[in-house]
Design a binder for this molecule. Structure first.
Ligand code: KIV
Ligand code: ZN
Length: 389
């Protein structure tokens, strides 16, 4: 893909890097439910897990690969033949499988973690990509800790792995060390200096240790990267990963600046973040950009006055554009089936008629015991009654 192309690929790694977030472990049914929602959301690639890491992960990746359509499914693996074989065994049932192999390229990782010389690292990377390319032409290579690697060494590795068959080159800021301007420069440098860079899609994967995950990703996209690796609500290892909803809405709201598009259905952002929050049992912080409860709340009198005159005074995007409606429908024991159906749709659930009847009856039962039914209660009933989670 050329640097001019304006279509960004959204690679969601909530099910892999996101699940590495403390307390965010998901069971098989929960992973499948989230994977189906990611499909509805319109991500291009979902990284379903790390098949060699455990039997449970292998089975989850395989089940997700079977469950979704119209989206690429990636399995992560170290740059080792046995890991790559395991990843392929798990993803091969997908409509469009991807092998994602990684190897560290920074001096500190090569010396202390891998105990390898740079030449050996190049050899290992090439051997891994060649091995993966025997299974599929959809091979991604990640240079772990790229932001602390020598840019010319990265160019050397990237040239070699593209020649070996890698079709996506990922440049991770593994420890969230980079700064936006500097990271943008690095991306531009490796794209311009890797001889055969046009044969691969350049990707970035930014962690949030200094709170720069989103800013670094956007700077990289501006510099020519065409795949963003992200997670829902920014969950992930340590301080997390770049958040999908923030990047998508930045591209959408500031299209004048970025001139880039992606295939995400923005109206599914809020329902997806809510679903994840229900599954992992962690509330969305109220001040979270885009999807927090306060993101569209206006408290100050001056702001309220401005909003009443024209919403654009204090809103740069509408709640509807992220799938949040302004309707204040209170569900209780007097509510009818239509009201429950409306509420479910507002929360992002389009149920079959028999599923709707089941949830409606469960809501009625709960309303007899509880004064007020919250959105969270209704979502819990859907997960219990329909998805059996
Ligand atoms: O942060 C990282 O470097 C990763 C790689 C495996 C892509 O998660
Ligand atoms: Zn990561």
């Amino acid at each position: 893909m050329t640097i001019e192309s304006g279509r960004i690929r959204i690679f969601d790694t909530t099910l892999r890097d996101g699940e590495q977030s403390p307390g965010a472990t998901m069971n098989l049914q929960e992973k499948i439910r989230l994977a189906r929602q990611l499909e509805i959301l319109g991500v291009d690639i979902m990284e379903a897990g790390f098949p060699a890491s455990s039997q449970g992960d292998f089975e989850a990746v395989q089940a997700i690969a079977r469950a979704v359509r119209g989206v690429e499914v990636a399995g992560l693996c170290r740059a080792m033949p046995a890991d790559i074989d395991r990843a392929w065994d798990a993803v091969k049932v997908a409509e469009n499988p991807r092998i994602h192999t990684f190897l560290a390229t920074s001096p500190v990782h090569m010396q202390y973690k891998l105990r390898k010389e740079p030449d050996q690292v190049v050899e290992m990377a090439v051997a891994a990509v060649r091995h993966a390319a025997r299974y599929t032409s959809n091979v991604e290579f990640s240079a772990e800790d790229a932001s602390r690697s020598n840019p010319d060494f990265l160019v050397r590795v990237f040239e070699a792995v593209i020649n070996a068959g890698a079709t996506t080159i990922n440049v991770p800021d593994t420890v969230g060390y980079a700064q936006p301007e500097e990271f943008g420069r690095l991306i531009r440098y490796v794209i311009e200096n890797t001889p055969n860079s046009h044969k691969a899609v350049f990707s970035v994967h930014c962690h949030n240790d200094l709170g720069m995950g989103v800013a670094n990703t956007l700077a990289a996209l501006k510099a020519g990267a065409r795949q963003a690796e992200v997670t829902i609500s920014g969950i992930g290892e340590r301080a997390g990963n770049a958040s999908l909803e923030e990047i998508v809405m930045a591209l959408h709201t500031r299209r004048d600046f970025y001139q880039l598009d992606c295939g995400v259905v923005t109206e599914q952002l809020f329902p997806t973040c809510r679903l994840l929050s229900m599954i992992i049992g962690q509330p969305i912080p109220p001040n979270k950009a885009i999807v927090g409860a306060n993101a569209f709340a206006h408290e100050s009198g001056i702001h309220q006055d401005g909003m009443l005159k024209n919403r654009e005074t204090y809103e740069i995007m509408t709640p509807e554009s992220i799938g949040k409606t302004k309707t204040d429908l209170v569900i209780g024991k007097h509510s009818g089936r239509n009201a429950v159906k409306n509420k479910l749709e507002e929360l992002g659930y389009r149920l079959e008629e028999d599923q709707l009847v089941t949830v409606f009856e469960a809501v009625k039962k709960l309303a007899d015991k509880k004064k007020q039914i919250y959105d969270e209660d209704i979502e819990a009933l859907v997960l219990e009654e329909v998805y059996r989670l």
